[in-house]
Design a protein. Structure first.
Length: 476
């Protein structure tokens, strides 16, 4: 397939096609977990509720916390745990970190002895949809309705960024997850490296191709990506689809509606990305790179663009040149028929924190989260990992690093044009293993055409929609 001409792109958008959905989770390993309908009989007694202790934490009860040891590290959690210890000096706090969340914690869920607070993140996270369906989690509305740490006149929920509470809900009013980080996804680049090509960030796909061609002539790739974890590609691809066809296309995908992946906006976006492969604009060897390896190659100037989230600034800091001037761009537009304006971007809560239903000290787990959602804890996080938190504030008086400052600017430019695909929350295995690895990864490596990838993904989605063992969720 050669470059897609502008007129055929517009034709794709104009063609009426069946609209559908995209979500196909595979059966999670957690299916065998106990239902968790009732709380653990081993839970500690509650403490005395007071203004200082609104969640009635047992002040002498141990607290166990497990953090995903990824791009954000562990220090922000340790800082909050120190505040917890200061508030409850009799409590012992056990902290551990791992990249093997599911591997290490699934047996403990099965045995009814999970930790009190978990950062359920990373490539090997537990499937949130399955945890909710199996009633393994504590409803966090008690936390959200508690007085905020800094201002008792405000509830915790009233201090959060828009959409964060809703993200933690699935099919009712219960809130099962608290997303602590606030992530801006998109096309990340170096302002310095673009300037060396006498180029600006491309606002249209034709401009994107011109920049990539100019880079190629200099021996630089246009793009790289985490080929071993190709579910990073949607960080820029999904908002690109929304920009072309409207947010309703993503909603139908999330809802697992028939033929959602056959929407012309999906086809147009897939063909544009496939064009990067066909024209040789993707860094050679990208299909075999991890996220760290692809980020390092990008930092080294081997490629201009990489799809990623705002954690990349902290995660890649050891290899980022001082004059890199890291920035994030919203997806380039396809053409004038796009349904949403340039600047449309994906931003949402990240780092999903959960309190297991069978935790011994669920009040303690929620109290630690309440402390983490204070101004001081948020500033600790921002300063240490170059990312925003779900606390709506905390940046006042701080000098933001380039990537984080760019994220703030991107959010301001987007205004209301912020999308939030839910498939990665509702159907984790489908998003990562099926859509990501088995389809998008194959397409970006040139082993599937866009049409073949769409057919494959639609089949995954249809199979999931028909699978009565998979709990389904929908946009309301």
């Amino acid at each position: 397939m050669g470059p897609t001409p502008a007129f055929s792109r517009r034709d794709l958008i104009r063609r009426a096609a069946a609209l559908g959905i995209v979500a196909v989770p595979t059966v999670s390993l957690l299916t065998a977990c106990a239902s968790g309908d009732s709380g653990s009989g081993n839970q500690v007694d509650k403490g005395k509720k007071s203004a200082r202790n609104p969640l009635a934490v047992n002040e002498s009860a141990p607290l166990e916390v497990v953090i995903f040891d990824g791009g954000f590290g562990q220090q922000y959690a340790k800082d909050a745990e120190a505040a917890y210890k200061k508030a409850f000096p009799q409590a012992q706090v056990k902290h551990s970190a791992t990249q093997e969340i599911q591997t290490q914690l699934q047996p403990r869920f099965n045995g009814g002895t999970p930790p009190d607070l978990i950062d359920n993140s990373g490539a090997k996270q537990m499937d949130s949809g399955t945890l909710v369906a199996k009633k393994q989690l504590t409803d966090l509305n008690a936390l959200l309705d508690a007085p905020s740490y800094d201002d008792p006149s405000k509830k915790v929920r009233d201090t959060l960024r828009p959409g964060v509470v809703e993200m933690g809900r699935f099919d009712g009013d219960e809130t099962w997850i608290l997303y602590y980080a606030y992530t801006v996804y998109g096309v990340w680049y170096s302002k310095t490296n673009l300037a060396r090509l006498d180029a600006q960030y491309p606002e249209t796909w034709d401009e994107m191709l011109k920049v990539c061609e100019a880079a190629k002539k200099k021996g630089i790739a246009g793009w790289t990506y985490a080929g071993k974890y190709p579910y990073y590609v949607p960080f820029s691809l999904y908002p690109f689809i929304a920009k072309i066809g409207g947010v309703e296309v993503l909603n139908r995908i999330d809802n697992l509606e028939p033929n959602a992946w056959k929407d012309p906006a999906v086809k147009a976006a897939f063909e544009a990305y496939y064009e990067l492969y066909k024209k040789g604009y993707i860094l050679q060897g990208s299909p075999g790179l991890t996220h760290i390896e692809s980020q390092t190659a990008w930092n080294q100037g081997k490629a201009l663009f990489i799809p990623n989230g705002s954690w990349v600034e902290h995660e890649s800091q050891k290899t980022t040149p001082k004059d890199f001037r890291m920035a994030v761009g919203a997806p380039s537009g396809l053409d004038k028929s796009d349904k949403m304006p340039f600047g449309t971007i994906w931003a949402s809560g990240g780092e999903p924190f959960i309190v297991p239903k069978n935790a011994k000290n669920p009040q303690g787990g929620m109290e630690l989260l309440r402390m983490m959602l204070s101004r001081q804890s948020s500033q600790n996080f921002i300063k240490s990992v170059s990312s925003l938190t779900s606390f709506n504030g905390g940046t006042e008086g701080l000098t933001l690093p380039p990537g984080l400052a760019s994220s703030q600017e991107a959010l301001a430019k987007a205004g209301r044009n912020v999308v939030n695909p839910r498939i990665q929350d509702w159907y984790v295995a489908l998003q990562k293993e099926k859509i990501g690895v088995a389809a998008l990864g194959e397409m970006m490596a040139g082993r599937l055409t866009p049409d073949e990838a769409i057919v494959k993904i639609q089949r995954f989605a249809d199979d999931t929609a028909k699978d009565s063992s998979v709990k389904k969720y929908r946009h309301k």
